[in-house]
Ligand binder design. Sequence first.
Ligand code: G4F
Length: 329
Amino acid sequence: MRKAFITGITGQDGRHLAEFLQTKGYKVYGMMKGQYNPRAELLRDEFPEVEVVPGDLTDLTSLVTALEYVQPDEFYNLGAISFVAMSFNQAELTANVTGLGVLRALEAVRMVGGAQNNPIRFYQASSSEMFGKVRETPQTELTPFHPRSPYGVAKVFGHDITVNYRESYGMYACSGILFNHEGPRRGLEFVTRKITNTAARIKLGIDKEIVLGNTDAKRDWGYAGDYVKAMWMMLQQDDPDDYVIATGETHSVDEFLTLAFEKVGLGDFHQYVKHDPKYLRPAEVDLLIGDPSKAEKKLGWKREVGFDQLVDMMVKHDIAYETHRLKKI
Ligand code: G4F
């Protein structure tokens, strides 16, 4: 049985990836930090077959111990402080977890190694935030980075150190430069889920308005379930490489709002939206749009869920989710 080790197991991508790898017959191990992690119970309920292993991206010894115990075939490093807005307030923590955490993970892989003719294959979750103030459109694997947040800067370090370890030590290490990917498992702090969840709550009479920041920003939004397949595909190739994973389409937050409010049956969203400067960022990423042609050609990857279908799926989920919560009150 092939074994996969995932950091960030309780996040949106960790859960999608665990689900996907289990369908492929993997034994999945998820690293979890902290003495009492309230997400542990939720994970156990959703994935009783995932084995939780203690460890922390800020503690190299714990990573080495975890890898010695698991002896994985594949290591997916999805753990990070992943909320861009928070990274401005906790820049040092972000640099330590999201940036240096990758270095520690690579060092742990180098130290534990795996069987001689079956070295541990390493996946790094790189991000389109690295492109930041974009130098070209659409963005490809060769587009220079210009990060606009402590999160983006930390991700650039994580990306570059992954490439460096591959080139220096011949490690099988890949970076997936993933553009925004969403779905019903997305955290409520991210703009897409905040919109679909609040639209559902307004429809059900729980909330009256939604308060947002910059709604002109444009993103290349795909479905997280499609994107975790690309992670796995990268680790099945003969040679390690880096790939952009995106839809090749861009939409503004305003367009997302329009569609979500229409789908929920509330009509024009403008009457429900308020703006608050507290949601503006010190530096913004105005436009992201990725070119996934390398992944399509070399991996045979293709996104299956389009923008309309994504919004539809999230809105339907949130109506059901909030209705269920209402019944429990
Ligand atoms: O949903 P967001 O917070 O995602 P963001 O910043 O694009 O980052 C996400 O995608 C990255 C990939 O490019 C990942 F690496 C990262 O970990 C994360 O998953 O914000 C999207 C846009 C921003 O321009 C933001 O300023 O929405 C704008 N926005 C407007 N009002 C808001 C809000 N964002 C949030 N979270 N909350 C608002 O009220």
